[in-house]
Design a protein around this ligand. Sequence first.
Ligand code: AMP
Length: 120
Amino acid sequence: MQFDYDDQNIFAKILRGEIPNNTVFESDHALAFRDINPQAPVHVLVIPKGPYMTLDHFARDASADEQVGFMAAVAEVCRLEGVEPGFRAVANAREDGVQDVPHYHLHILAGRNLGPMLAR
Ligand code: AMP
C-alpha cells in the first residue's frame, strides 16, 4: 500500500503551530488535544508528530520509539482525563472508515456510557 501524506492537512498545520489547539498533553512523539466537535464529555485526539496517514501506516512505518511514545501519550491522556469508568478508542481510516483528516489520530472518548459501538 502506498501512503502519500498531504502536509497541508489540518493536523499537520496544528503540529506546525499554524492553527491553535486545546492541548491536553505533548511529548517528543505525540500531541493530544481536545476535539473541536466533541462527541462525548471527554473527546481527545492523540496524534503522532510524524507524517503518518492512518493506523496501519503508523503501525507499519513508524519507528519503535515513535510507537512507544505514541502509546505512552495515550496512557497519559487516559490518566489525565480520569477514564476509570471506561472509554472508547477509535481510529477511522480512509473512505470506508470515514476518515476526515488524513493524519493518523486516535479518538479517546469517555465521560458517559457510549452505547453500541456502531450505529446500525
Ligand atoms: P476523523 O473523521 O476520524 O478524521 O476525525 C476528525 C476529527 O477531527 C473530527 O472529530 C473533528 O471534529 C476533529 N477536528 C477537525 N478539525 C479540528 C481542529 N482544528 N481542532 C480539533 N479537532 C478538529
